[in-house]
Design a binder for this molecule. Structure first.
Ligand code: T4K
Length: 382
């Protein structure tokens, strides 16, 4: 696929190119490329300041960061997670032989439904991982009320939530810790990267050691560790993009509003909403196709978009419980995941970000409008 001809979901947002290259030159001149160098340290302190947390620990990606955070928290046995998430969330658990127990979603917020958590708790349950899907905060109060009462650890996969708030409080400040992704496709990117944020000094110390093989000094290892470190070039990218945070939000918001007005009166198509009372990064433009009201199916609309070189995505279809190894290990999980299955079959994520101009948004809306309003052609009525 010649990617330059396509409008993709996930095209990276980029800060000032000259500033990035300048930073790269400084890194090369310094000959300090990784292992908690000065640029990583600066990136960590800028992220911590931005969110108002004590510790921000930079790592190589969010998947490794979730694994390290789970280890540091002592999670084992079973951990409750939503099925409606990127497969990295349950994989980070399963990779450590912790069973992800899938919880259904709230169809309005697309996040884990706290009213369905308690029935999944068993004597083996040690924790809950909420995911702030699309950057819309989980019902943190309800989750934390359950976890306190049932003595469970709570952490959040905040991969989508950088720059967003819940109840006026920044995402990144909830639970025992939160994990952000700074992958190329994310609101702010480090090429590849992840950051764990938290306020607990002991836990932060443990995570730092675990990220660097468990070293506590030259020749001294105190923990089982792994190589989860972020490198200097990734941090340079992160710092540069962080400087553009307001510009990126402005572009994302403009595109989001343009999609909303471009799709307002298309029957059976709705654009998910962001609460204007919160801080939002508007990184995801997500539509739902209602099969009762729309003349064409979600999959038909996606096919039409792809045929026009618009690479829209069906995140997070078909739900993690329908992917391996979970489909084989937990063949009945779907019985308790009716909302997840219903919503995952309706969602389309549309291209946005700096690489998508306003005119492109109008064109995409027109294609969706025409596709959604056209009669479905069958073999008999061609
Ligand atoms: N938790 C959640 C809730 C997540 O959403 C993610 C990541 C994670 C955990 C794990 O975080 P990391 O360990 O990755 O830090 C993509 C991303 O690779 C993945 O990071 C992201 N979620 C997920 C939602 O999207 P795929 O499998 O869809 O990747 P792919 O290769 O199809 O690329 C996505 C789109 O982005 C394509 O349309 C092409 C475009 N793209 C991608 C790259 C890398 C570009 O235009 N330029 C690029 O450089 O997972």
């Amino acid at each position: 696929m010649d990617t330059t001809k396509h409008l993709h979901v996930g095209r990276p947002n980029l800060g000032n190119r000259e500033r990035f290259l300048e930073r790269v030159n400084e890194i090369l001149d310094r000959r300090w490329l990784t292992n908690h160098g000065p640029v990583v340290q600066e990136f960590e302190s800028k992220v911590a300041d931005f969110l108002g947390v004590k510790h921000a620990i930079a790592m190589c990606n969010a998947t490794a960061a979730i694994e390290i955070a789970c280890r540091a928290l002592g999670l084992k046995g079973e951990v409750i997670v939503p099925s409606y998430t990127f497969v990295a969330t349950p994989h980070a658990l399963q990779w450590q032989e912790i069973t992800p127990v899938f919880c259904d979603m709230d169809p309005v917020t697309h996040n884990i439904d706290p009213t369905k958590i308690e029935r999944l708790i068993t004597p083996r349950t040690t924790g809950i991982i909420g995911v702030h899907v699309w950057g819309r905060g989980c019902k943190t109060e309800a989750i934390e009320e359950i976890s306190t009462r049932r003595n469970l650890k709570v952490m959040y996969d905040a991969s989508h939530g950088f720059g967003c708030s819940k109840g006026g409080r920044m995402i990144g400040t909830f639970g025992e810790c939160e994990v952000f992704s700074f992958h190329a496709t994310k609101f702010i990117n480090c090429l590849e990267g992840g950051v764990v944020t938290l306020n607990n000094d002991d836990l932060a110390y443990r995570m730092r050691m675990m990220t660097n093989f468990g070293f506590t000094g030259y020749d001294q290892v105190e923990y089982l560790g792994i190589n989860g470190k972020m490198n200097e070039i990734s941090a340079a990218m992160g710092l540069t993009n962080l400087e553009a945070v307001n510009d990126i939000i402005a572009v994302n918001r403009q595109n989001y509003e343009a999609y909303r007005s471009g799709l307002t009166d298309v029957p059976g198509i709705s654009v998910i909403k962001y609460d204007p009372a919160e801080r939002n990064n508007y990184q995801y433009v997500v539509i739902e196709v209602d099969p009762e009201r729309c003349r064409r199916s979600r999959d038909d609309i996606v096919k039409t978009l792809h045929a026009e070189n618009i690479i829209a995505r069906k995140y997070f279809w078909p739900g993690c419980h329908n992917m391996e190894p979970y489909r084989s290990l937990q063949p009945n999980a779907g019985l308790l995941l009716s909302e997840t299955e219903r919503i995952a079959a309706r969602v389309i994520v549309l291209p946005t970000g700096q690489a998508v101009a306003k005119e492109a948004v109008s064109r995409i809306c027109e294609i969706i409008r025409k596709a959604a309003m056209a009669e479905h052609r069958t073999a008999n009525n061609k």
